[in-house]
Design a binder for this molecule. Structure first.
Ligand code: FDA
Length: 306
């Protein structure tokens, strides 16, 4: 089932046709407050009341022209301005293909560089999402350059990839900020763990590697981006044994998933943020969410009922 949804995520025909079906549009609302920036800002303001910060991401990937990429960068500048004007505790997270990495890598770097500078004027941060394995090496090299130029930039790494512990070691001289996720793409067994227990074990080991770096001052931020409460609690115990204060343990989850746990962790003193995705290009992203959890498929089908 997971593989079917991940295949659907890459299928342009399905994207064009299925995303018009009313019950699919209704079901996606579980994971997105809406398609526009005001929808996302409204959700962030509601979360702020529960002590939960936000990360905004405009859905979209693999653009075909640099003018589209420039519009994306302009949009994110507007997001950063709105965040500052509303006094929100909110950062942004971008996909490099959405900034034109496939079309003009230097142009994509200029766009990212501009965003990092813009964010810095309000002491804010820009995060880089990690896409499928074909992009990992380029994304790492891009981040290495960005981390030399800016202190307010972070990178997402995927625990399911065999290479990730070595990538962490490679980045440590730059005092990186890392968001660690399990990984959302359909990767072959030659390069990625596929069994759940193996992915979880890799996630725990990489997080401990990052906590140790945090203690030594070799990492600036470590973010546990997962809904896996058992893993978060296990890692919180590891962090406590290393004398890392709870307020330095950052946890991020997606909008619409385990909000009760987001609230509970925030109330318990963890630094919690919710990643709010929005935009019209939601189909591949939504398929990846369905791939993660079969129960979401049943939820989608239930939307057929009045
Ligand atoms: P896992 O899939 O084991 O789920 C643990 C539990 O959480 C499940 O048992 C279920 O209860 C709940 N859960 C998980 N997913 C759910 C869903 N869709 N609906 C309802 N409940 C669900 N990936 C990537 O490749 N590149 C990236 O840049 C990012 N960025 C990113 C940012 C943030 C803030 C988050 C939270 C996640 C990502 N991801 C990502 C996605 C990540 O790789 C992964 O696919 C999902 O987080 C799901 O895995 P979990 O870690 O939650 O564990």
């Amino acid at each position: 089932m997971r593989r079917i949804f991940l295949w659907a995520a890459r299928n342009a025909w399905l994207r064009t046709h299925l995303s018009r079906w009313w019950f699919v549009r209704r079901a996606v609302r579980k994971f997105m407050p809406g398609e526009t920036l005001p929808d996302a800002l409204g959700a962030a303001e509601a979360h702020a009341a529960s002590g939960i910060g936000s990360v905004f991401t405009l859905l979209g990937e693999n653009l075909t022209t640099m003018s589209e990429a420039e519009r994306v960068a302009d949009h994110y500048r507007e997001v950063l301005d709105e965040v500052a004007a509303r006094g929100l505790r909110a950062e942004i997270s971008v996909k490099l293909t959405q900034l034109g990495l496939d079309i003009d890598a230097e142009g994509a770097y200029r766009a990212f560089d501009g965003l990092a500078r813009h964010a810095a004027t309000n002491a804010n941060w820009v995060w880089v999402d990690m896409e499928g394995s074909a992009y990992v090496e380029r994304t790492l090299a891009f981040y290495e350059r960005a981390a030399r130029d800016h202190r307010n930039v972070g990178l997402c790494l995927q625990a399911y990839l065999h290479r990730t512990p070595a990538d962490v070691a490679r980045l440590l001289p730059l005092t990186p900020a890392i968001r660690i996720v399990k990984g959302a793409y359909d990767e072959p067994a030659e390069i990625a763990y596929r069994a759940r227990e193996e992915v979880d074990a890799a996630y725990a080991a990489i997080s401990v590697q990052l906590f140790e770096a945090l203690v030594r001052g070799q990492a600036s931020r470590v973010i546990l981006a997962t809904h896996d409460i058992r893993l978060i609690e296990q890692l919180a115990r590891s962090a406590a044994s290393m004398a890392i204060d709870r307020s330095r343990i950052e946890v991020q989850m997606l909008y619409g998933i385990r909000f009760d746990e987001q609230r509970r962790l925030a109330a318990a003193g963890f630094d919690v943020r919710c990643l709010i995705a929005y935009g019209t290009y939601w189909f591949p992203w939504y398929m990846r969410r369905l791939a993660e959890r079969p129960a979401n498929v049943i939820f989608a089908l239930r939307q057929l009922l009045p």
